[in-house]
Ligand binder design. Sequence first.
Ligand SMILES: [Zn+2]
Ligand SMILES: [Zn+2]
Length: 396
Amino acid sequence: MFGRKKSDSGDSDGFEGRLIGWRRHIHTHPELSYEETETTDYIDGELRSMGLEPTRFRIGTGLWCDVPAADGATATDVVALRADIDALAMSEDSGEPFASEVDGVAHTCGHDGHTAMLLGAAEMLVADPPPRPVRLIFQPAEETMPGGAKDCVEEGVVEGVDRIIALHCDPHRRVGEVGVTGGAITSSNAKIGITVHSDGGHTARPHETQDTVFALAQIVTGVTAVVDRTIDPRSGTVLTWASVKAGGTAPNVIPDSGQLWGTLRSADRDVWAVAEPVVREAVEAIARTYGVRAEVDYVQGVPPVVNDDTCADLAAAAVEQVLGPDGVGPAVQSSGGEDFAWYTEEIPGVYLRLGVWDGESEETDLHHPGFVLDEAALPHGARILDAFARLDRPAG
Ligand SMILES: [Zn+2]
Ligand SMILES: [Zn+2]
C-alpha cells in the first residue's frame, strides 16, 4: 500500500471522495480556454468554503490564492502549486457515466484531475498549515498558444515566489509512479503562417507573371532544408507543414495568392529563442528568387519547460514521501509544448508526470476522445503537492 500523509489520516475515504467529486463535477462541465467562467466560480466556492480568499485573474478566468504559513513559522520563501483548468474543443467517447455534458468540449487532457488535486492540496494545507506561505494557482487556457500562463505571469502571480511545481497526468505510466527529472522536459512550439502574393495569370506564360504554386512548393522544401542545415540537429528541432493552399479555380490559372501553415518545435531552449530570423530570411530569399511577395506570421510559442535540478530533487523527495522509493520514475522529454514554461522562465520550477494508467485497461492517450484516468491517482497528486510545499530547500 502506498504511503499516506498524516494530515489526512483517519479521513482517507472522505478525502478521496471529495477529490473524485471535484474532478467529476469539472469533468462533466468542461469549458474552453479563456471561457472557464463556471469552473472558476466552482473553484472559488470550494476555496472559500475552506476559509481561503482567492483573487481572480484580470483576464477574466482562473484564480489564485495564498495559504498563510502556520502561526510562528519563520520560513519566508513562498512555494507555488499550479493546476490548469481548461478543456479541449473535441468530443468525449470515454464511456464514463460522468462524461462531458457539453457538445464538442471535453476534459481529455486531465486538467479536471489537476484542478481536483490542487483543491485537495489546498484542503491539506489549510488543515495543517505549512511552514511557509503557499500560493495556489488555478490557471486558465493552457491549451492555447502562447498560453494562459503568460497572462498570469504578466499579472504578477509569481512575484515573490521562490519555486513552483505542477503535475501532468501521464496515461502511459502506472498509477503509483511519477516521472521526475532535471533539465528540459517539454519542447518549444512556434506557429508559422506564410502568405505568398503574385500578379497571377495564364499557366501558359509563367515567365510573364510570378508562379505562386511553384514558389510555395520551393518554400515547403527549401525552408525546411535551411532549418535542417543551419540548426544543430542534436537540438531536436523540426519544422512541419500542416497546410498548403493555393488556386482551385481552373487548371490553367496561376493563382494570385497561396498560404502555408506549420509549426516549428525544438527540444532546445536556445533554438526557441533564435529560430525566427532563420525562417524569415529563408522564406524571403526563396520568394525573392521567384519574384513573389511573401508575408511571414511567426507566432512565438512556449519555450521548453526546463526543470530546475534542486526543484527536481525536492519533488523526488516529495514523491518518495507519498509513494515510497519505487514511486519515483524516469521522465523523457516530450516533443509537445506546455505553457508551464512561462513560469520556469521566471523562477525555478519542476513539472512532473503523474501515472494515471490502471495497469490493466487498454492505454489511452491525452487529447484522445477515449482518454480515461484512474482516479486512484488523485490522492497521490494532492499529497505530492502538499509534501513539496512543506519541504525545505537545501541550505546553500
Ligand atoms: Zn493538452
Ligand atoms: Zn494538458
